[in-house]
Design a protein around this ligand. Structure first.
Ligand SMILES: Cc1cc2nc3c(=O)[nH]c(=O)nc-3n(C[C@H](O)[C@H](O)[C@H](O)COP(=O)(O)OP(=O)(O)OC[C@H]3O[C@@H](n4cnc5c(N)ncnc54)[C@H](O)[C@@H]3O)c2cc1C
Length: 479
């Protein structure tokens, strides 16, 4: 193996740092180190691009963008992503782009449109029940059953609320409720809400304010953060194979950490900040750390959930819905489906299509169905989605889209999934264990950042960014 450390045998005054991963956590750590005057660092990125799960693409030659990963700035107050976007006037364009699309329509499988009044009524109940789920953590209440799940609790409580309705009204409200649960699975990043811990659901903190998209693209945030980082400090196509820590024999010139890449390069440093996803840690932690990780950290990696959430975008030659429609919501009737027949049911996970540009629809799909969708051809996805649209919109003349863009986060070798959640049996303590640095507490050798290491903003871009800042700050406090 050749070494990338040339020449110098004396220790630098300032620390040498290796950051693993150039997603928003790694880039934020690099930006923060630069701002605090630490320039001797490298960011090693496995893929050929920065941004990780923030990934904007052009969808046409009119400048329209689509997000393959992060979509919204979740909330305004105390949200550092919002602050960056706002200070750099990225959100102003939103007003220029503002369309008249504001109408959501909710349809049954037989194409009947559900009155907004009923949707609002169910949403009110559903929203209250979600808040009740938060209370278990926030008020320290015991959950009704041991190892209880968000899904089981919602089902129990919603059933009680349906008591006063006749059979037909109950059915309709149940369909709306199920659709909201499908949406929540995508938000939480799980296969089923029955997998999500009820006791710790409320440790996730929703930031107040609307959820903005970024018209010039979410990746603009990465570009802005990257601006101050010297170009040579970011090394693409450098997949890290192993991090050697806590062992004297790898200490070339007394460095405490050695990071070995798949391309044979070795990087010696005082500290390494690991920002790879929990999905990557799950498949790689056993070979990625030498000596192995402490048992508590291994347990945390095994316990945390890392779900698959994918997007399906359909680009048509012409708009296929009226000019004011913003979203088409699908009320799938589970009684009409054969479970476990993924080829004929995967699309029943798509709970809505949102119009992101006049002729482009975006649907979300998660869990087992998402993984199955990832294995399909784009032609097959196009046929299945058009069949869904024809059925719900009661329109036979919907053409096949000219382009299908779908994500494959489950199969992405550098993420192995989409984002983290707390499954039944895990607690926020697992997040805390994962974020605990390794080595001498006075001068830790391996530090951990990334969305899954934030105790209240896990799964988000702002959570990831703040963990990058947190670990850069931890290093700066030592020097
Ligand atoms: C479909 C989807 C929708 C989302 N929607 C939203 C949203 O609306 N709002 C929101 O706030 N968040 C959203 N998120 C979540 C958000 O994108 C992530 O939480 C955040 O981007 C994670 O950043 P990170 O730096 O922690 O990890 P990552 O972005 O995964 O960065 C880690 C980096 O490490 C690299 N890497 C992996 N292995 C190695 C290795 N061995 N060596 C070197 N490099 C390696 C990866 O290539 C990657 O670039 C969404 C995510 C997905 C997938």
């Amino acid at each position: 193996m050749d070494s990338s450390d040339e020449g110098s045998t004396s220790r630098p005054k300032k620390p040498k740092v290796i950051i693993i991963g150039a997603g928003i956590a790694g880039i934020a750590a690099g930006e923060s180190l630069t701002r605090m005057g630490f320039s001797d660092f490298k960011i090693l990125e496995a893929s050929n691009r920065t941004g990780g799960r923030i990934w904007t693409i052009n969808v046409d030659d009119k400048g329209h963008k689509a997000e393959l990963g992060a979509n919204w700035i979740h909330g305004i107050e105390r949200n550092p992503i919002y602050q960056i976007a706002d200070q750099n006037h990225l959100l102003q364009l939103r007003h220029l782009n503002k369309t008249l699309r504001s109408r959501d329509i909710t349809l049954t499988e037989s194409g009947e449109q559900v009155p907004r009044k009923i949707i609002k009524e169910v949403d009110l109940k559903y929203g209250m029940l979600l808040m009740e789920c938060d209370d278990f953590y926030q008020l320290g209440l015991p959950t009704p059953e041991e190892n209880d799940s968000v899904g089981a609790h919602l089902d129990r409580k919603f059933e009680e609320k349906l008591d006063r309705y006749c059979e037909e009204d109950r059915k309709l409200r149940s369909l709306i409720f199920s659709q909201r649960k499908l949406m929540e699975c995508c938000i939480s990043g799980c296969d089923s809400l029955n997998d999500v811990s009820l006791g710790d659901f409320g440790c996730y903190e929703d930031l107040p304010g609307v959820h903005y998209t970024i018209p010039p693209g979410f990746e603009t945030i990465i570009d802005l953060l990257k601006k101050t980082i010297p170009k040579d400090n970011i090394l693409l196509n450098h997949q890290v194979r192993c991090i050697y820590w806590n062992q004297s024999e790898v200490n070339k010139d007394h460095y405490d950490v050695c990071v070995e890449c798949e391309n044979g390069k070795l990087f010696y440093a005082d500290h390494a900040i690991v920002t790879v996803s929990v999905g990557i840690l799950k498949v790689a932690y056993e070979r990625m750390f030498n000596p192995p990780l402490p048992v508590e950290k291994q347990h945390a990696i095994e316990s945390l959930g890392f779900g698959i959430v994918d997007k399906v975008m359909l680009q048509f030659d012409e708009p296929i819905v009226e000019a004011d429609v913003h979203r088409i919501e699908f009320l799938w009737d589970d009684d009409k489906s054969t479970k476990h027949d993924l080829p004929n049911t995967w699309f029943r996970r798509i709970y809505s299509f949102q119009v992101i540009h006049d002729n482009i629809l975006l649907g979300w799909v998660c869990g087992k169905e998402a993984l199955y969708m990832e294995s399909l051809t784009e032609d097959r996805i196009a046929q299945d989605c058009v069949m869904v649209l024809k059925k719900f919109l009661k329109k036979d003349d919907i053409p096949l889209p000219k382009q299908v863009i779908r994500t494959r986060w489950g199969n992405n070798a550098n993420t192995r999934g989409s984002y983290s959640f707390l499954p039944v049996g895990s607690t926020v303590g697992d997040i805390e264990s994962l974020s605990e640095p390794l080595g001498d507490p006075e001068k830790p050798q391996v530090l951990f950042a990334g969305e899954a290491t934030h105790p209240s903003f896990y799964s988000t871009t702002h959570g990831a960014l703040l963990t990058g800042y947190r670990e850069a700050e931890r290093i700066s406090e030592i020097y």
